[in-house]
Structures are given as structure tokens and as C-alpha cells.
Design a protein around this ligand. Sequence first.
Ligand code: GTP
Length: 598
Amino acid sequence: DRQKHIRNFSIVAHIDHGKSTLADRILELTDTISKREMQDQVLDSMDLERERGITIKLNAVELHYQAKDGETYIFHLIDTPGHVDFTYEVSRSLAACEGAVLVVDAAQGVEAQTLANVYLAIDDDLEIVPVINKIDLPSAEPEKVRQEIEDDIGIEADDAVLASAKAGIGIEELLEQIVHKVPAPTGDIEAPLKALVFDSIYDDYRGVVLSVRIHEGIVRPGDRIRLMNSGSEYDVTEVGVNSPKPIARDYLMAGDVGYITASIKDIQDTRVGDTVTNAARPAEKALAGYREMNPMVYAGIYPTDNAKFTDLREALEKLKLNDAALEFEAESSQALGFGFRCGFLGLLHMDVIQERLEREFNLELITTAPSVTYHVLMTDGTEKDVENPAEMPEASSIKEIHEPYVKAQIMVPNDYVGAVMELAQRKRGQFDTMDYLDSNRVNVIYHIPLSEIIFDFFDKLKSNTRGYASLDYEIDGYRASDLVKIDILLNGDKVDALSFIAHRDFAAARGREIASKLKTIIPRQNFEIPVQATIGAKVIARTNIKAYRKDVTAHLYGGDRTRRMKLLEKQKVGKKRMKAVGRVEIPQEAFMAVLKTD
Ligand code: GTP
């Protein structure tokens, strides 16, 4: 009977359409959290999420809603991220639900990730509850957006909830619709335990905390559980729900969403997507897990202090626990020493990981420019995957280089189609199709090299369309390209961490651009530093960083000591995140210089 009163749902949306704000209002209205405790976007518990105003990790909360039919319902709300880098997290949370609330901004309408995310939900057979949010905005056009939902997505939107998460309008109606439209979970309570692990975090005191959706059976403290894929067994110490703080319960049963702790210390044992069963009475078959996500971009992460290498490894292991898409492998660089080549889903993901490493683990890091994985066919018939530009083999031994392409779907108002096509063309895109969604909006599809997408495609797209275009993309295989490796020499020494790959047609221009950018980024030192860009033995660009005239502190000698200390102190701060390569001090921005081109 309890099961009939459970509703498990996620909220999906395009970024910034108000998902987290809506979740906050729902928590408030159900008294899950008091006004006093209410902090904006409480579900975004990471500091980083709050600062950037984006959701990165999914979160599951239990709340209780007294409906108009007089019954009390148990809601499990699973918040999901909206950014394209984190689609993976969205599909994970959807697997734990029967319904999805689809939030569409009343002023922006349906956008690329609205489509991408709602299709994930439709593929999982979830019941969709559409909400048109931000109706308080003067520019809101709810009727038009209702039509868009029907035409573009192809779902009923007649009774879409008109809401303002900001002003608290429409929240109760939404909760009623969730009660009536989203089916209660099914699943035999008597059957052997089957629970899907959709997330896990490491807690210093409790060990690994598994976030689970129980599909069948029941789990209690004291039970011996087995993780079906890894085979490892543990005794359950606690089960419970987040509301949003953890609250221990006597049991979790089929239909519930909650957590399990079992003094699991070994991070390796707990893979997201695994099935938890009862060791004494195991289920026959594991639940379908998640599709493996392959990283799309790679970058080197190095501690500025080489002694911190082991700390960095431990930190990466902990982050990987609840971020299955993160990959890393030890590597070394002549310039940067020992570090890791890390794989990410995209640039935002990379940024987030770097920032979490620095904040949560107190590490000071240098990150190299991201690169995609190239497939290299060698003249001797062998093949190689190259994730680090510095490791691209000699040109003479290469037959062909293949690079990853994405199928990019760009939704844009008519007026900006020209601008989008011009940009896609410039980024080596190949036109596929163009569809009119309605009289004013177009869906343009291009095949574009992933390396161009990760550079600055999205920023350029936004600025060339005054923010109107939205983008979604998926990997679409490899194609041969005429690519070359460009090396950078500082003071005559090749700096491996600055090497990059570019299309031959753009190589000379990129080389010049980067040489002159490095000239502005690398601080002057007390000797002149030649900067060169080369392809093989050929120099394609050169410039010089002029020497200092004289020692900045020289005239302070013997004089005011505190002033001198202050000056040195200031220089020390300025030196943060610098790496000495040979005799040259290189700041972090230099390694990112290849990313920012015009
Ligand atoms: P991600 O978590 O990054 O995917 O974004 P989100 O969809 O959760 O959006 P979020 O809730 O962070 O809201 C984005 C912005 O829209 C914030 O500045 C909110 O204050 C604002 N916003 C949300 N709901 C409303 C609304 O109903 N009306 C108005 N005017 N603004 C809103």
C-alpha cells in the first residue's frame, strides 16, 4: 500500500530554464525544508554549483505531499544537470524514475537540450509532465511555448502547468499533476533484493554511500549485500533517505529511492550502474546498468608542486567514485613533471574537476590545453590512439590521421541561420540538413570536428546569434583530416605541454597567433626569451619576449626592508600557478592559450 503512494520523478530542462529554482519551491511547499533554512537552490549542494548557478551532480530527496485527495504521497525528486557535458548524469537519474517534469522557459521556448533531455526520458518510457516556467517575465509567451512543446517534442501540452518558480506560482498544481500522472512504482517486495546504484559518494566517516533505487525486495541494516558486478559483499550498517539531510530508516523497499552504507572502504568496488542484491538470497540477474560514457576531451593535470603527485592521485580516485565519466592515467611531461592525463566529457566537466581538485583537496594545479583522441594510421600498417598532442608520432611515419566528428544540432531563429552557417563553415563543418520547426525557427545539422567544438564554438555561436542559438551534439564517428602537430619552443627548448594539433590550412596562422599570445602571457624575465612555433624542423612563427631592464628590487637594497618584503610577497602571489620550465617561468594561462583564438 505504501508503494501506491510513492512517486519517483526527475526534472529535466535546458540549462537555466529554472529547474533548480522549481525544485527549491517544491521543497518549500512540502515543508521538507523551512523558509528559514531555505538557501537558494539547496539541491545544488556543492559550493561550486551554487557559485556558478548550475547543477552538476544529481541529487535525490524524499519529500511528503498531502494531496487534495486527502492522502499523503512520498515523492522522490531527483535533480539533474542541464548542461550538455552532463547528459550522462541525466540518463542515470532517469533510470531511477517513473516520471519526468519537463521545464520549459516561457520566454525562451524549446531549446536543443530540452529536446535531448526529454527524448532520454521518453526513451525510458517515463511519463512526461510539462511545465511552462517563468510566466512572470514580461517577455513570456506561454501559449506559443505550449504549441512548441506539442510541435517540436510531440507530446500533449494542453494541460501543461503554467508556473513561475521565482514567484511560487503553479507549484501546487504541478504537485497534483505528479500525483495523478506519474505512475506509482511497481516491483515485488517479496522478491530477492535488486537495487540500482545510480550514484555514490565517499564520506570519511561512513565510507562509500550508495544512492540506490530499489526495484525489487527490501533491504535492512544488518543484511549482507552483494554488488553483483564486482562480486564484493558487505554488511549493511544503515539505510535511509535524504530529506535533504540523511535520515536513517528501518528498511528501504521496492519503489524507494534512498541510500545504503555498509562501511565500504574500497572505492574500486562500487561502480555506478551496479546492482545490489542480498548475499543470502541473491537475484538471478543484475539490472541493466548504464551505458559506458567515453570521455571526449583529454588534458594533462599536474601539481605545481611535484611532491603532491600522490595526493593528486588520491583526489582523482575519490572524485571518480561519483563521476564515472572521469578517466585518468599517470603520465609525465618534460616540462611539467609527473601528472595525469585525464579524460572528460567536455570543457565544463574539465573545469569543474579542476576546480573541485583545487578546492576540496587543496591542490595547486597546472592544466594543459584539452585535446581530443586522434586515430593515427602509421605507414607500417599499425594504428595508434593519441590523446596527448606531444605524443603524435613523426610526420614521416604517419599515413593518415583521423579525428572525431560530432553531429551538431543547432536551433536558431531564422534571422541568424546565415551567421550559424558561416561559423560552422569556418570551423570546418560539413552541412547535413536544415529543418523548419515553425515559421520562425530552424534546426540546422552540421558535422563538425570535435576539436573545433571544444575550442570556442559554443561561445562564438552564442555571440554570433546574440544568445539565441542553442546547441546539442553527439559523437558521430571519425573522419580523415589533414592535420599537423605544432610545437612551441621557448628559449630554444621544446615545451611538450604546449604542443597542439591543427588543420594544415590553419597551422601557420595558429602558430603565429599563439606565439604572439605567449609573448603577452609569459612575464618578462631578466634575459630575452625567443618564442618559436614549429612544424617538424620548420619554424612557422617567431617572436621575442624582451628582458627586464633591471631587478625590480635592486633600488630597495639596504633601504626600507618592509617595503621590499611587501614587493616580494606581491611577486609570490603573482607567481602562483607558475611552472618553471628550464629557465622560463610559465603561468597557467599559457597552457590554455591555444584554446582562445579569434
Ligand atoms: P541548471 O541547474 O544549471 O541546469 O539551471 P536550472 O535550469 O536549474 O536553472 P535555475 O533554477 O538555476 O534558474 C536559472 C535562472 O532563472 C536563475 O537566475 C533563476 O533565478 C531564474 N528563474 C528561475 N525560475 C524563474 C521564474 O519563474 N521567473 C523568473 N523571472 N526567473 C526564474
